[in-house]
Write a protein that binds this ligand. Structure first.
Ligand code: IMP
Length: 425
């Protein structure tokens, strides 16, 4: 934690790295916790005081009194889903309205954006992205087209603005011949959500964050999705629609590059991807199934099976570079406990050519592996690095050497106690 700085905590592969658990361990140290990109396509699972919560739009600092939580200008927000998420937390006794500020500049996801998401996916035929269906792409497109509605719009003359945009969407859907939808119930809830959101401080969050930094407070920027789903740096077009990389922290919160402190990059001891798109390390065999089963690799938002494979050093090196990662956090080491051999993808190969840097088009590349001995030891009860079996220590060392970045935290199970801090190398 750096006083007067914004530390970034980022998933650096395809999301689902287990940020929820890490954020839970990190947040007590920070004064402000802010989301800077994405929306309800995220699902951060947090187990707090024996209860399980899945946070989608709300930052993970919400459980601590006295902490300011911010939904930044780079986010998109669906009032109905926000209301459901917030009310669940309120019912569990957390006082949100004093702890959560929402940027007036964040964009609103309309019910018709979700219909458009489905319509665009349907129109893509076999080239579907496999979106979460939450209207993310259409909302960010609209932001770029300068026709979107922002949170600040709900404060004045909202009804007319909403009706006008909805009518535009209906026309777009009709042009796409996508007419089989009914948003009546959804819209009712959505409008209730808008009313509910009016009870929250809707503010100029960039001013608040910069004020906090001037006062020497610490800010944690909580990432969503992962680097390879970034609109610029991911496996386009199979990506989400926001900047999930560290640069997105600056634009999504309104902070200058010089305010960025530590950049924590989270990855798993293996790889997963949900949705369509290239994934050179994907395993279609029993090993892939075994990783999925042991690692419970099913989507938090959609429940879909996650595609599984070995760790991908090509992708990780690229992500470390574009984010300026200063420290790595390796999750789910224990999932590989029973494997006699561990593999790491060190290059991609296509048509007899190899590359160790991320290609422009990751389609059609095959992974080239190096093999390492497995540790075949239960890591889940281990509370310090000293207890780790030599083969696991070697795996960590191997990754640190290849990635030229220290792994300062290793997680060996879902519990807070199974998070082992290593001395910064
Ligand atoms: P969208 O963000 O719903 O438009 O989905 C675009 C792509 O990003 C799809 O492949 C999704 O499965 C993927 N995606 C979006 N959010 C997440 C996430 O939080 N974790 C993992 N994958 C995600």
């Amino acid at each position: 934690m750096t006083q007067g700085k914004v530390d970034a905590l980022l998933g650096i592969v395809f999301g689902d790295e287990g940020k929820g658990k890490v954020v839970d361990c990190f947040t007590p140290k920070y004064d402000v916790v802010a989301r800077f990109a994405g929306g309800p396509n995220a699902g951060h699972t947090i187990i707090f005081e024996g209860k399980k919560f899945v946070l989608r739009s709300i930052p993970s600092g919400i459980f601590d009194e006295g902490k300011l939580n911010i939904i930044g200008n780079g986010c998109v927000i669906a009032p109905d889903l926000f209301m459901a998420e917030a009310k669940e937390l309120e019912a569990a006794g957390y006082d949100l309205k004093s702890r959560l500020h929402i940027s007036k500049r964040a964009h609103l996801i309309l019910p018709t954006h979700r219909v458009l998401d489905r319509a665009y996916e349907a129109a893509k035929g076999k080239n579907k992205v496999g979106t979460t269906g939450k209207g993310i792409g259409p909302t960010y497109s609209e932001k770029a087209s300068r026709t979107g509605l922002r949170v600040g719009d709900i404060l004045e003359g909202f009804d007319a603005k909403y009706q006008a945009l909805k009518a535009r969407h209906e026309q777009m859907l009709s042009d796409l011949h996508f007419t089989e939808y009914d948003i009546t119930d959804e819209e009712k809830l959505w409008l209730e959500g808008v009313e509910y959101m009016r009870q929250f401080p809707l503010t100029d969050t960039e001013v608040e964050i910069n004020q906090a930094l001037r006062e020497g407070k610490s800010v944690l920027a909580e990432g969503a999705q992962g680097t390879l789903l970034d609109i610029d740096h991911g496996t386009y077009p199979f990506v989400s629609s926001s900047n999930t990389v560290c640069g997105g922290v600056c634009t999504g919160l309104g902070v200058a590059p010089g305010t960025i402190g530590e950049v924590f990059g989270i990855f798993k001891a293996y790889s997963t991807r949900v949705g369509a798109g290239p994934f050179p390390v994907e395993l279609f065999d029993e090993t892939g199934d075994k990783i999925r089963e042991i690692g419970h690799e099913y989507g938090a938002v959609t429940g879909r099976d996650r595609r599984c494979g070995w760790v991908d050093l090509v992708a990780l090196k690229y992500a470390i570079m574009v984010n300026g990662v200063t420290q790595l956090i390796m999750m789910k080491g224990d999932v590989l406990d029973t494997f006699p051999t561990i593999k790491a993808c060190v290059a991609y190969e296509k048509d007899g050519q190899q590359t160790t840097t991320m290609p422009y088009d990751t389609e059609g590349w095959r992974a080239v592996y190096e093999e390492l001995p497995g540790w075949q030891t239960d890591l889940t009860q281990m509370t310090s690095e000293d207890a780790f079996p030599q083969a696991f220590k070697d795996y960590i060392k191997y990754l640190e050497t290849e990635l030229e970045t220290p792994i300062t935290i290793v997680s060996v199970g879902p519990d807070r106690a199974q998070t082992i801090e290593r001395v910064k190398a």
